[in-house]
Design a protein around this ligand. Structure first.
Ligand SMILES: [Zn+2]
Length: 418
C-alpha cells in the first residue's frame, strides 16, 4: 500500500480552518467569497500535485488521476459549511480524499481516481441541500429552485451566475457523470450525532441514509368556552394531537432495533393551536411529524401506524384529522460489497467495526442510484455539529482518516479485479 499520512490531512484541515473561520466558526457559505477562498486554497494543493481542477456545469469541482483502467473510484465530500459551522463537516472528506491523490500522484494507479468537491451540500443559504450532487445525479428539479432567494434577497440564479454556473445548464453535470465508468463512491464524514461516542468507538461503517416521511397532521374540533363546556362534551383538537404525538414516540420505540445505532427516529417539532386563548378549548391543532428509518418497510409500517394512531385519537376526542405530506425521500441503503470492505478497513484500524445508519442526508445518498456507494463516519465530540464546538479528538480523527485511506486502497484493488 502507498504510504499514508493522516497527520498531513489534519494539518491541511487546521490550515483551512485558520483561513476560512472566525471566532464563531467556519464561514464557507456556498457561492460566497469565503467558500471561493477555500476552493482557491484547495486548488493550490491540487496544483502542487501537478493535477488540475475541472468544474462541471453544476459547480462541482473534480480532479482526475488517470489509472491503468477507465474504471473509476470516486472520493470526496464538500468544502462548503453552514454559517458559524464546524471545522470538519464536509472538508474532512475532501482533505482525506486529497491524501489518496497524494498517495498515488506521480504513479499510475490500477484504476482511475477522481476526487469531487460538491457545490452547496449544506443548502444553508438558499434552503436546497445537496444542490450540486443532486444536479450531477440528475435528480434536481430546476423549476423547484428557480425562484429561491437568500435572506438578503439575492436570487439563487444570480449567486450561481456570479460563480460561473448557469442554472438552466446545471443538469449537464449529469451527462458528464454518466460518461464516467464509476465503480465506487467513498465518502468520509463526521457523524454529527452521539452514537459512536456513546459506544466509545472512533469510526463507524455507514449502512445508508435514512428515508424520511414528513407530514403535517391537522386535527379539527370545535373551539368553545373553557368555563362552560364540560370535559366530556368537548371536541379538543390539541388533546387529540398530544395523544397522537405520544403514541408516535411509542411507535418509533417499537420499530427500533435493540442497538441504538440501528434505531429509527420520529419527531413532532411543530405544534400550532387555535384559537390560542387561555380560556378557549382548542378548536384546531396542527402538528408536524418527521419519521426516519433505513428500511423502506419499517418506514412504511411506522407511517401506517401513525395514521392509525391519529384516527384513534381523533375518534376518542370527537375531532376529525387530515394528513398533508410536506416531503418524503426513500431510504438509500449503501452497497453490500463496499460495506464489507469498509468493515474490514475500520476493523483493521480500530479493532472493531460498528455499523450505523445516517440520519442526516449526504451527497453520497444522491450517488446511490448511479453507482455502488459507502460512507464512513468519524466520531463527533458530544455529538455536536453545525456549530463552532464541532470536533473530533486527534487520535479518533487520525484513526478514522487511516481507516478511510485503507478503504480507498481496498476498493481500488476490488474494482481493478472486477
Ligand atoms: Zn456535511
Amino acid at each position: 500500500m502507498p504510504v499514508m499520512n493522516a497527520q498531513r490531512v489534519v494539518a491541511d484541515l487546521r490550515e483551512l480552518a485558520a483561513r476560512t473561520s472566525t471566532s464563531d466558526g467556519a464561514q464557507r457559505l456556498a457561492w460566497g467569497p469565503v467558500w471561493r477562498d477555500a476552493r482557491d486554497w484547495f486548488a493550490g494543493k491540487i496544483a502542487g500535485l501537478g493535477l488540475r481542477i475541472e468544474t462541471d456545469p453544476a459547480g462541482n469541482n473534480w480532479v482526475t488521476l488517470p489509472g491503468a483502467s477507465e474504471k473509476t473510484v470516486i472520493v470526496g465530500s464538500h468544502l462548503d459549511s453552514v454559517p458559524n459551522g464546524g471545522w470538519l463537516d464536509g472538508c474532512l472528506g475532501v482533505a482525506a480524499a486529497l491524501e489518496t491523490l497524494r498517495m498515488h500522484a506521480g504513479s499510475t494507479p490500477p484504476v482511475t481516481l477522481r476526487l469531487v468537491d460538491w457545490a452547496d451540500e449544506e443548502g444553508a443559504r438558499f434552503g436546497r441541500s445537496l444542490l450540486g450532487s443532486a444536479a450531477a445525479a440528475g435528480a434536481l428539479k430546476i423549476d423547484d429552485v428557480r425562484e429561491l432567494k437568500d435572506r438578503q434577497g439575492t436570487r439563487l440564479v444570480d449567486a450561481l451566475a456570479e460563480n460561473g454556473v448557469a442554472l438552466d445548464r446545471m443538469l449537464d453535470a449529469h451527462r458528464e457523470l454518466k460518461r464516467i465508468d464509476a465503480r465506487a463512491y467513498l465518502e468520509l464524514h463526521i457523524e454529527q450525532g452521539p452514537v459512536l461516542e456513546s459506544m466509545g468507538k472512533p469510526t463507524g461503517v455507514v449502512l445508508g441514509t435514512f428515508g424520511v416521511e414528513r407530514h403535517m397532521v391537522r386535527f379539527t374540533g370545535q373551539a368553545a368556552h373553557s368555563g362552560s363546556t364540560p370535559i366530556p362534551m368537548r371536541r379538543d383538537a390539541f388533546l387529540a394531537a398530544a395523544q397522537t404525538a405520544l403514541e408516535c414516540r411509542e411507535i418509533g420505540l417499537r420499530h427500533s432495533k435493540p442497538t441504538p445505532g440501528d434505531g429509527v427516529v420520529c419527531t413532532v417539532g411543530v405544534v400550532n393551536v387555535e384559537p390560542k386563548i387561555v380560556t378557549a378549548v382548542p378548536g384546531v391543532c396542527e402538528i408536524s411529524l418527521d419519521q426516519r428509518a433505513l428500511s423502506a418497510d419499517v418506514l412504511g409500517a411506522m407511517l401506517a401506524d401513525a395514521k392509525k394512531a391519529s384516527q384513534k385519537a381523533a375518534k376518542e376526542n370527537h375531532v376529525s384529522v387530515e394528513w398533508r405530506e410536506i416531503w418524503r425521500i426513500n431510504p438509500r441503503p449503501f452497497d453490500p460489497a463496499l460495506i464489507r470492505l469498509c468493515e474490514e478497513a475500520v476493523r483493521e484500524e480500530t479493532g472493531d467495526a460498528p455499523r450505523l445508519p445516517s440520519g442526516p442526508l449526504h451527497d453520497a445518498a444522491e450517488m446511490v442510484p448511479h453507482m455502488p456507494v459507502v460512507m464512513m463516519f468519524a466520531y463527533s465530540s458530544n455529538g455536536l455539529s453545525h456549530c463552532k464546538e464541532e470536533d473530533t479528538p486527534g487520535p479518533q480523527l487520525e484513526a478514522s482518516i487511516r481507516a478511510y485511506l485503507r478503504l480507498v486502497e481496498k476498493t481500488i484493488q476490488h474494482v481493478s479485479g472486477d
